[in-house]
Ligand binder design. Structure first.
Ligand code: DGT
Ligand code: CA
Ligand code: CA
Ligand code: ZN
Length: 575
């Protein structure tokens, strides 16, 4: 799978072109990168299958980018990019992930101070060299330092949704080996944590040596840390570490439970065993005489301990063991149970596909409704829609609905901007005509906490705002959430009958798990959206379901598990 590597290079192209102030092209490269990383097929196979013309059906990929992709598959690099890198040899990928540091700033810093990487940048900040440059000041210096700190906290954890295709392809590769009986990813990956440190895979085999030879021959392996018959550790080319453990069939369940974790969950489990005078470890559950009483399956371990089986997403020591003892675990929302998607952008603004392309793909994957929510006018960079264009889009959708009757329902919506004072950038009389209105913050991220909170509450009080999109505004590993009193937002959501969104896009996952749990406890209604900017992004809906499960959400908490008629009737403000 070269997809991630290619996406990375395309994104780098976008950054360099932005640095050079080339118009439009950066956005195309960015979109193409999106497309490639969310493609669920190996890009090499894909190109073999559909050729250059097929490549051009991907959002963002035109003639010139298609050629670069083919060049990369042939030569392992993109010549134009190599030249740009020679000209301005900076670690553009890392530097540009620091909040407030864009390609143009990077270029200025390189020219003025020779800053090439994160270390240079931090040093220059600490030596107060940046504040003396024209266009910078003490404030921008502080902001950059803060950004660096946040970046470092990320600590090299990988975003689950982005590494999933690689892990799945590795699992499929392992499954092809005849010596492997069963193979399952465990650890934080199995718990569907939003970021993972490394991947822990378990397998059953009678020929562990052969299995390990086969494992390290996986084409994406870059480095072997250690190789032994029971445990082998490697690093993949995308920088992700993977451990493979081969265990005996009789203890597979015990190993699976142990290596799924989390560590705190395991400690509680072990204590439960100790209370009974037993012992639990990665080999099995043993009674007071040291006799093994369970180990082959996870289910029997939980059962012998008097517990209901606990879904991995709940194993974070958040009270799940106590509830499992009483057989009162929530009945979590199931994967694949979403019938609609309420946040879909199109090429009317910054999406990569037309409304009809988004509709076509939605039908293909079995969605029963989607809501078109293009950005609105004050978000000028996306070409946000004004009242007039919104009305035009509503008419257009009205007509499309005739064409697609019986296949899918297209809802009229918008992702409306919340202005600095909490008012919206679209008039109420127009909002009133939409089926579903999401409001979101895209500017003024740095207001004081109480001001930011009041700003959102004011938007929730608008009778036409059905939902707050990505309520905390974070971008994992890139941008901290804005300061906001989330408990207050949840309380006000309940009071004002406003839905909160779980944005399923891999680096958003906003609300996050612990917020979802609070919202569920308070009886706030939620929706799970892909925030699609391309038809390839619908696949992330299940990542949102994963997050909802980690937040203990049941089907009844998530409104887009309903069919479209019931969904519209259930909209809390419109009842
Ligand atoms: P990660 O990789 O940081 O995203 O998180 P995990 O949960 O995958 O943690 P990892 O890879 O260090 O270990 C995998 C599992 O092994 C972990 O979920 C629980 C188990 N484990 C690791 N170390 C310990 C330990 O010291 N005590 C106990 N009880 N379990 C452990
Ligand atoms: Ca792990
Ligand atoms: Ca590990
Ligand atoms: Zn957008």
């Amino acid at each position: 799978m070269k997809n991630l590597e290619l996406a990375k290079l395309l994104r780098m192209m976008a950054l360099y072109l932005e640095m050079k102030d080339v118009p439009f092209k950066p956005q195309a490269y960015e979109r193409a990168a999106y497309s490639i990383e969310s493609l669920d097929e190996d890009i090499e196979n894909f190109v073999k299958r559909v050729g250059k013309e097929g490549l051009k059906t991907l959002p963002g990929v035109g003639e010139s980018i298609a050629e670069k992709i083919i060049e990369f598959l042939k030569t392992g690099q993109i010549k134009e990019l190599e030249e740009l890198r020679k000209e301005v040899p900076v670690d553009i990928e890392t530097l540009s992930s620091i909040e407030g540091v864009g390609p143009k700033t990077i270029f200025k810093l390189y020219k003025a101070l020779g800053i090439k990487n994160l270390e240079d940048l931090e040093k220059a900040c600490r030596e107060h060299k940046i504040r003396r440059l024209p266009g910078f000041g003490p404030q921008s210096e502080e902001k950059i330092l803060k950004g660096i700190e946040f970046y470092k906290q990320g600590g090299g954890r990988h975003i689950l949704g982005f590494i999933m295709p690689v892990v799945e392809s590795l699992i499929n590769y392992l499954k092809e080996n005849k010596d492997i009986e069963t193979v399952v990813p465990a650890g934080s990956y199995r718990r569907r944590k939003e970021t993972v440190g490394d991947i822990d895979i378990l397998a059953i085999s009678k020929n562990p040596e052969k299995v390990m030879d086969y494992f390290v021959a996986f084409p994406e392996v870059e480095h072997i840390y250690a190789k032994g018959p029971t445990k082998t550790m490697v690093r993949l080319k995308i920088g992700l570490d993977v451990d493979l453990r081969v265990v005996e069939k009789e203890s597979f369940g015990a190993a699976l439970a142990y290596f799924t974790g989390s560590k705190d969950h395991n400690i509680q489990m072990r204590e439960l065993a100790i209370k009974k005078g037993w012992k639990l470890n990665e080999y099995g559950l043993f009674d007071q005489n040291g006799k093994k009483i369970a180990g082959e399956t996870e289910e029997e371990i939980y059962e012998k301990l008097g517990l209901q089986w606990i879904p991995p997403e709940l194993r974070e020591n958040g009270g799940e063991i106590q509830l499992a003892l009483q057989r009162k675990l929530p009945k979590l929302i199931e994967y694949g149970s979403l019938k609609g998607d309420l946040q879909v952008q199109t090429n009317w603004t910054d999406g990569g596909n037309s409304i009809e392309e988004m509709v076509g793909e939605a039908i293909k994957i079995g969605l029963k409704y989607i809501c078109i929510t293009d950005h609105t006018k004050s978000l000028a960079v996306t070409g946000g829609l004004d009242e007039e264009k919104l009305l035009k889009q509503m008419d257009y959708i009205e007509n499309l609905n005739k064409k697609y009757k019986g296949k899918i329902k297209i809802l009229k919506g918008a992702e409306v901007n919340i202005l600095k004072d909490g008012s919206l950038d679209i008039k109420d009389e127009i909002l009133a005509k939409l089926d579903f209105v999401g409001a979101a913050i895209h500017t003024h991220f740095n207001l004081p906490k109480s001001v930011q909170t009041e700003r959102i509450i004011k938007a929730m009080k608008n009778p036409f705002v059905d939902c707050i999109f990505h309520p905390t505004g974070r971008v994992i590993n890139k941008r901290a959430p804005y300061e906001v009193d989330i408990d207050k937002i949840i309380d006000e959501a309940k009071k004002t009958n406003t839905i909160l969104e779980i944005d399923a896009y891999p680096d958003r996952l906003d609300l996050k798990d612990e917020h979802i749990r609070k919202a569920v406890e308070k009886g706030v209604k939620l929706v799970i959206d892909s925030d699609a900017h391309s038809f390839l992004h619908y696949q992330y809906l299940d990542l949102g379901v994963a997050q909802a499960r980690r937040g203990w959400a049941e089907e009844k908490d998530i409104l887009n598990t309903l069919d479209v008629e019931s969904f519209l009737k259930a909209l809390p403000k419109r009842k």
